[in-house]
Design a protein around this ligand. Sequence first.
Ligand SMILES: [Zn+2]
Ligand SMILES: [Zn+2]
Length: 287
Amino acid sequence: MYSTAINKVEKLDDDLYMITETESIHCYLLIGEEKALLIDAGWGYEDVHPIIEKITDKPVMLALTHGDPDHGLGTVNFDEFWIHPLDYGKLLRNDTYEERIGMLEYRLKKLPAIAPYIDVEDYCNKKFSKDTKVHFLSDHEVIDLGNRHVECILTPGHSYGHLMFLEKETGRLFSGDQLVDHHNIWHFLSHDEQAPFQTTLNSLRHLKQRENEFTSIWPAHAKTPIEKNCLDELIECFESELELNYKKDVPFHSYKGDGWRHYYKSVDLIYSDERLEEFLGHPISRD
Ligand SMILES: [Zn+2]
Ligand SMILES: [Zn+2]
């Protein structure tokens, strides 16, 4: 309905829209009585304000699930945004020409139809950190949209300041990159960017204790919404299955380095040997 070549817009309910950038990153727009909340900003290949203005005339607050570039660099199109403080440094680190050009070249090869709509040099030379105002969110903080309350749930793992957002009245949980279905979850960057597996497992167990508070789960990538069994399967993976089966894992290569890829039911986990060794408490061999 309000889609462009770069962003596909889907109305999921009267008060919920999904804006998917380049067929890859889901950003969600929740509309309360007084204001709207945009969860994540994508890479920011185009300014989404004209799309949002067609959907709602309420003021829009932008909150990020975490500081990875595919969720956060779109802040360049906003005057201000909200993030957990533990992920702000990560986002600043991603605010570079190299980070932008690396993914954009990959994306243009995959989706050549978007090329006429992006000025590559102009986009890659942008920096949100020059003049965008940042605010910090904390664990359990509630964002009041007017008759609609959204709780921030700190879920460290994939990143230290990863937030999920729980809409109290509807039970919708926006799970970011930490809970997805058949889509890779990265856990192989260095310790200053991604937490130990034990930290992730603690976050997932904490979420499990609150599962009666959520009725649907909306991740930032791939299939949406997803079933609750994705949470159970990820917990099973960390609690026992990974240790039993990691020797069958396949090598993974990316522009950020090399690691391993573990598949189990809905789980697709990318990690480093270092991450696994510290978790299991012993050196590993793959012979
Ligand atoms: Zn991420
Ligand atoms: Zn992501």
